[in-house]
Design a protein around this ligand. Structure first.
Ligand code: AMP
Ligand code: MG
Length: 395
């Protein structure tokens, strides 16, 4: 048995090495970037007008001039023009290059234009106003995006602006979800009195899909020979195998024994935690197996506390540590890390975690009222209201 912290460090030192693939820019949303993105030119690439109006030389204004003869118009998408006389100005449109010899823009709202002359009616001008200076946002060659970030619409804009019509992203592992248990029937079946529908498989599949990872479902009976035969095949075909059920001390819990017998090297069996104590983790070269306890809350918690961070870290993404404040005193006796089901509420800017006590690790009806788990660490038995703890969100 290992502690939660030991288990985390073992899992993080057994990461999957993802392959990379190129996808079209229009298909990269939600994927993990596998290359750093550099600015291919300055941002913005030229001194840019941010308002419609006139461009002038600030020095002339400072010397007292308020009437400027309009020499020409500088539109967006035109080559840079030049101011011929310091006492003149050039009409300019948003997005245009600032003409040579000008440095300041006065918007139409602060002008009166009569007979080809622009009169400034603003009480005061500032040098450089309404211009967006070349390179002020980013310099040519600067890193705009690091490898390992998740691509959201904001990143898509940056990728487009540096000309990435093809983007290198990480390929997710080929994943299999395997439920075990003779009592389980599929969702479209009517269970007999001694049977239940298998919910874990679908919860795990959905949780993986939230990370853009598709998976194939399998179901195996509590039968040693069948487990050996089918798991051998599944492990040869998939990179990530998530099992649920059959890992504790029951007479028909064959999973750990079978996994070792077919060459999956055990890295963890049992973690001092509640729920999810019997969890098993191992690998066979580049194949990774998480065998989670079958109780639905345990399966769910173990996925979010171990499998998801493992996958994120394998893809080069830092796993964010979030904290929330316990809203009322909580105590438990066993020397374990306790994952408390909580509902989160923002109260005056603080994230408060309200315990939602359900019927134990089998009560997954309760999960609909819960937002995540508060990780109450090993060593303490009395946890006081007002203390902050790590929070694992599943919403
Ligand atoms: P086990 O870990 O196999 O001892 O299972 C613990 C409890 O979880 C038992 O009550 C099982 O019926 C239940 N269970 C196991 N697998 C699933 C599943 N895929 N969906 C729902 N419940 C499950
Ligand atoms: Mg079972």
């Amino acid at each position: 048995m290992v502690s939660v912290l030991e288990a985390t460090s073992i899992i993080f030192s057994n990461l999957f090495k993802p392959k990379t693939t190129n996808v079209n820019l229009s298909e990269c949303l939600g994927k993990i970037l596998a290359e750093p993105i550099l600015a291919d030119r300055d941002f913005p690439p030229f001194d840019r007008a941010t308002m419609d109006g006139i461009a002038l030389a600030f020095d002339s204004y400072q010397e007292g001039q308020t009437n400027f003869r309009i020499e020409s118009i500088q539109a967006a998408g035109e080559l840079q023009k030049k101011l011929n006389s310091n006492s003149g100005c050039i009409e300019i449109m948003t997005g245009a290059m600032l003409p040579e010899g000008t440095d300041t823009i006065v918007p139409y709202e602060q002008l009166e234009i009569v007979n080809g002359k622009a009169k400034i009616i603003a009480p005061k001008l500032d040098k450089g106003q309404n211009t967006h200076q070349r390179g002020i946002d980013a310099k040519h060659g600067q890193t705009l995006l690091e490898s390992g970030i998740s691509i959201s619409p904001a990143e898509v804009a940056l990728l487009a602006s540096v000309g990435k019509s093809q983007v290198s992203v990480y390929e997710l592992p080929k994943a299999a979800i395997v439920s075990t248990g003779n009592e389980l029937v599929d969702v479209d079946q009517i269970p007999l009195p001694h049977q239940i529908r298998k919910s874990n498989s679908y919860a795990l599949q959905a949780a993986l899909l939230e990370m853009n990872c598709t998976s194939t479902l399998f179901h195996l009976a509590d039968n040693e020979e069948e487990l050996k035969r089918v798991l051998t095949k599944i492990i040869s075909e998939f990179d990530l195998i998530i099992l649920s059920g059959g890992v504790s001390k029951g007479k028909f819990d064959f999973v750990p024994k079978v996994l070792e017998s077919i060459g999956v090297q055990k890295k963890i069996h049992q973690i001092s935690q509640k729920p999810g104590k019997p969890m098993w983790f191992g690998r066979s070269e580049s194949k990774f197996v998480f065998a989670l306890p079958g109780n639905p809350v345990s399966t769910f918690m173990c996925f979010h506390r171990y499998v998801k961070p493992w996958l994120l870290k394998s893809l080069g993404t830092e796993v964010p540590i979030q904290k929330a404040i316990l809203s009322k005193d909580f105590s438990f006796k066993a020397p374990l890390t306790y994952f408390l089901q909580v509902k989160l509420a923002n109260e005056e800017g603080k994230w408060m975690a309200h315990p939602i006590v359900g019927g134990g690790s089998g009560d997954f009806v309760n999960l609909k009222d819960v937002d995540g788990f508060l990780e109450l660490p090993l060593g303490g038995n009395e946890f006081k209201a007002g203390e902050a703890f790590d929070y694992i969100s599943f919403r």
